[in-house]
Design a protein around this ligand. Structure first.
Ligand code: ATP
Length: 473
């Protein structure tokens, strides 16, 4: 039986307490609890003005790496609602479930593998009906006895059409991948792609998680970034290995500390029965090492099953060898919320500057909600304010720029540091005379005097340099 053991090579998290990030996110407008004025709804979160920028930037960076910079991957945006047969064929109706246990005294429900003492159980142990008894597990809240585990299906159901009857039941998709499988032929034929090629999708997915939590780590409504790469069966194993460093490198390229990332290969009894191999990219969150993204060699399971159930021929014809066959699929399955959360946590740092605490989000400039803030040194001087607005409008034509005059300059800098704005431009009295402004760098706090007409070029060049650093993703 597997037991939890301290890992001597473990590294510390970027922040000791999740609360630091949760409160920053709320205070500065990254993430709010959904429907908060009604007391909130469990495991749904709303992205505020800065959060929506950060998440959009994360999605854009992923799309850039997975679609824009590649000649062999194309995009798709399939519906959230799909033909219900899709989920029967995929196995989700039958077995997309987690082991649930219930406390006999307070009736709280828990996911078995998240109970203290059960986190390291193998997949076989998790299926053992006597496991609660064998390990003497009790309710972590009141110590009450727990039921034997039962499987709980995670799919949300709803009704399509005006009559609420069984025939009209549809599911909110629990993953985006199925949209890519059922569109394999459409995409392959319309884009004239030859193997190997991929279909990338970003979109909402829904799971009725038993024990959501840890802020946006596990939600009931979330966004996925998934790519299905269709390959010749004989090439699948090697192509799978190629994707591992590429996906790991995407996180480091955009700023995640390498020592807080690791690979974890799934044990044989953890693998889905059809899966050939699965490796997770994990991050050291404040609550432990957890999955960020999964890379899976799914074999020919998906297309074979859909071919069989739909009666449509989903084989690929290889003109070189004149063979017909079902492609294998190598999948990279990540989450936009989980990635944005990771970038946020890993960017957080507290420093001491001249005896004062400075909170900085050292976000990669591509991910930062605002690239540049334009600040007046004296808001009482209309010429200064006017020049600021002109400059902001010019910058905003090409990038996210913000104006702020609601505090003294020192405080304005600190506020921008705390939300990760890489550059601040300050207009002062001298600017009116010499036509130059001060550009301040978030990380080094270095200040350069720059002619106002050169500011935009400078910011755009610095952005391009940051994007190019680390090479192609
Ligand atoms: P877990 O074991 O944590 O439940 P999973 O292995 O079921 O996750 P996948 O089905 O492989 O996850 O989903 C791919 C990715 O989608 C995950 O790596 C994660 O980034 C994201 N994801 C999955 N479920 C959630 C969720 N409830 N909330 C936020 N993101 C999620």
């Amino acid at each position: 039986m597997a037991h939890p053991s301290p890992d001597p090579d473990d590294v510390g998290p970027a922040v000791a307490s999740l609360e630091t990030i949760v409160s920053l996110a709320k205070r500065r407008g990254f993430v709010y609890p959904s429907s908060e004025i009604y007391g909130g709804i469990n495991a749904v979160w709303d992205y505020g003005p800065l959060g929506v920028e950060l998440k959009n930037n994360v999605k854009r960076a992923w799309w850039r790496a997975m679609v824009q910079e590649r000649n062999d991957v194309v995009g798709l945006d399939a519906g959230i609602l799909m033909h219900p047969q899709v989920w029967i064929t995929s196995g989700h109706v039958g077995s997309f479930s987690d082991p649930l246990v219930e406390c006999a005294t307070d009736h709280r429900r828990f996911r078995l593998d998240e109970l203290p003492g059960a986190e390291h159980l193998s997949a076989t142990e998790l299926r053992d009906p006597a496991i609660v008894e064998k390990l003497g597990l009790v309710c972590p809240v009141d110590g009450g006895p727990l039921s034997a585990p039962r499987r709980f299906n995670l799919m949300f159901k709803t009704f399509m059409g005006p009559v609420e009857e069984d025939a009209a039941i549809v599911y909110l998709r629990p993953e985006t991948a199925q949209g890519s499988y059922v569109n394999f032929k459409n995409v392959q034929q319309s884009s004239r792609k030859k193997l190997p090629f991929g279909i990338a999708q970003i979109g909402k997915s829904f799971r009725n998680e038993i024990s959501p939590g840890n802020f946006v780590f596990r939600m009931r409504e979330f966004e996925q970034m998934e790519m299905q790469y269709f390959v010749k069966p004989a090439e699948a194993a090697a192509i799978f290995e190629d994707w591992l460093p590429r996906r790991f490198g995407w996180y480091t390229k955009y700023g995640v500390t390498e020592s807080r990332l690791r690979f974890r290969e799934h044990a044989p009894d953890e693998l889905a029965h059809y899966a050939k191999k699965a490796v997770d990219v994990e991050y050291r969150f404040p609550f432990g090492w957890k999955e960020l993204e999964g890379i899976h060699n799914r074999g020919d399971f998906d297309l074979s099953r859909h071919q069989e159930a739909s009666g449509e021929n989903l084989e690929y014809f290889d003109p070189a060898t004149e063979e017909h066959f079902i492609p294998f699929i190598v999948e990279t399955a990540g989450g936009a919320d989980r990635a944005a959360f990771t970038f946020l946590i890993d960017a957080y740092r507290e420093e001491e500057v001249r005896g004062e605490k400075r909170v900085v989000l050292g976000l990669h400039p591509e991910l930062a909600p605002y690239k540049v803030a334009v600040l007046p040194l004296l808001k009482k001087r209309p010429e200064i304010v006017e020049l600021c607005h002109k400059l902001r409008a010019d910058l905003a034509f090409d990038t996210m720029a913000v104006y702020d005059d609601t505090a003294a300059i020192g405080k304005l800098y600190r506020r921008q540091d705390e939300i990760g704005t890489p550059w601040c431009v300050t207009v002062d009295v001298d600017s009116l005379e010499d036509g130059a402004v001060t550009v301040r760098d978030r990380d080094s706090m270095a200040q350069d005097r720059v002619p106002v007409e050169n500011v935009k070029r400078l910011i755009l060049d610095r952005l391009a340099a940051a994007r190019a650093a680390g090479g192609e993703s």
